[in-house]
Design a binder for this molecule. Structure first.
Ligand code: AMP
Length: 190
């Protein structure tokens, strides 16, 4: 099973990806997590990405596409994967089509978790307060505002992109965690 999870910051992509990992025995590929690890390890990519991420802007398509292309080749992706936070631009989506075609792979579905924007700030504030590792550098009101603007301008167009190709399945992300998980399961089995 190869999936994309689409939705704004705070929609619950990470939480639902964890469920899918368990249910389908596939690997979660979060470009945000990979970039945060690169920042912490001060790799060349991390050094480039740090300030961009803190501002809530997007790291270059070139960097994230290279990371994903390499990561998909690893053994733990053989049974499938969930892309969480990638693609985030039309250019990344087009690049992904090429990356998968070159590897002889196909996407099974794109799941959009749809939520009302009004609840996102509250959810992100809660995540920042509850995180065992302390708040993320970009979980603050200013960076979130930017991340939401970036989502509307650059990532939301992917809903139409994948709607046209017939891969899109939209679920109601305003339900509780169990409800969203059940809706995703149902969408994937239909
Ligand atoms: P996330 O954990 O998915 O919310 O990502 C955190 C931050 O990492 C984003 O605000 C971006 O700065 C960066 N990032 C993650 N994924 C991507 C991507 N696919 N393209 C560009 N930047 C990304």
């Amino acid at each position: 099973m190869r999936l994309i999870l689409l939705g704004p910051p705070g929609a619950g992509k990470g939480t639902q990806a964890e469920r899918l990992v368990e249910n389908y025995k596939i690997t979660q590929l979060s470009t945000g997590e990979m970039l945060r690890a690169a920042v912490a390890a001060r790799t060349p990519v991390g050094i480039k990405a740090k300030e961009i991420m803190e501002r809530g802007e997007l790291v270059s398509d070139e960097i994230v596409c290279a990371i994903i292309s390499d990561r998909i080749d690893e053994a733990d992706c053989a049974n499938g994967f969930i892309l969480d936070g990638f693609p985030r631009t039309i250019a990344q989506a087009e690049a992904l089509t090429g990356i998968l075609a070159d590897k002889g792979l196909k996407l099974d579905a794109v799941v959009e978790i749809r939520v009302d924007e009004g609840i996102l700030l509250e959810r992100i504030e809660r995540r920042a307060a509850e995180s065992a590792d302390g708040p993320r550098a970009d979980d603050n009101a200013e960076a979130l505002k930017k991340r939401l603007e970036v989502y509307s301008a650059q990532t939301a167009p992917l809903i139409e992109f994948y709607g046209k190709s017939g891969e899109l399945k939209t679920v109601d992300g305003m339900q509780d965690i169990e409800g969203v998980a059940a809706s995703i399961k149902e969408a994937l089995s239909s």
